[in-house]
Design a protein around this ligand. Sequence first.
Ligand SMILES: Nc1nc2c(ncn2[C@@H]2O[C@H](COP(=O)(O)OP(=O)(O)O)[C@@H](O)[C@H]2O)c(=O)[nH]1
Ligand SMILES: [Mg+2]
Length: 196
Amino acid sequence: MITFQKAELVISAPSKKEWPETLLPEIVLAGRSNVGKSSFINAMVGRKKLAYVGNTPGKTRLLNFFSLDDKYMFVDVPGYGYANLSKQQLIRFGEMMEDYFSERLQKKGLVLLVDARHKPTEDDKLMLEFARYHHLPSIIVATKIDKVKKSYRKKQLDLIQSTLALTEDEVIFPFSATTKENREEIWEKLFILFDS
Ligand SMILES: Nc1nc2c(ncn2[C@@H]2O[C@H](COP(=O)(O)OP(=O)(O)O)[C@@H](O)[C@H]2O)c(=O)[nH]1
Ligand SMILES: [Mg+2]
């Protein structure tokens, strides 16, 4: 099993001025609020409270940089899809992502998290388009798969695949923070991206 000696929050960066001056390869994690992103990070890294589960909208307008064994970096994007964001907040989010995707040279990939029970939204499509536009490879993690009946699995994964119009390279991994299903398989793919 993959484990880490050291996993820590380097900085919660409100803007690019605060991005850490490291050269570690980075993987970006994005998804709608409540998709299970914090739970995913914690389960993958094997820490209970590295990424705080259940944080509120006001506290998540920041890019969180997590270093793993001083070798890799996860970049946790604020959860999107809150109904009550102002136009100004939406613009700021777009600018933050555009800054990151266009300027951060050590970016290696995007993990787009979607809820296995739901059809991906326009926001999800937009995030994937952002990555494609910047030639950043993506994988899709379908979270909370433990909540999907076995007999519905294929249907749900097909729905995600077709809604996002995934290419052959954009693999979907069903995942559960509860059962840790596919944790090692996802790590295998992440290491390939980190080391690319
Ligand atoms: N059953 C189940 N619940 C999950 C899973 N991942 C997250 N959750 C729950 O979904 C809610 C939101 O999770 P969180 O990680 O805070 O989502 P975030 O807003 O994307 O960071 C919490 O109540 C979690 O316990 C999962 O894989 N299975
Ligand atoms: Mg969270």
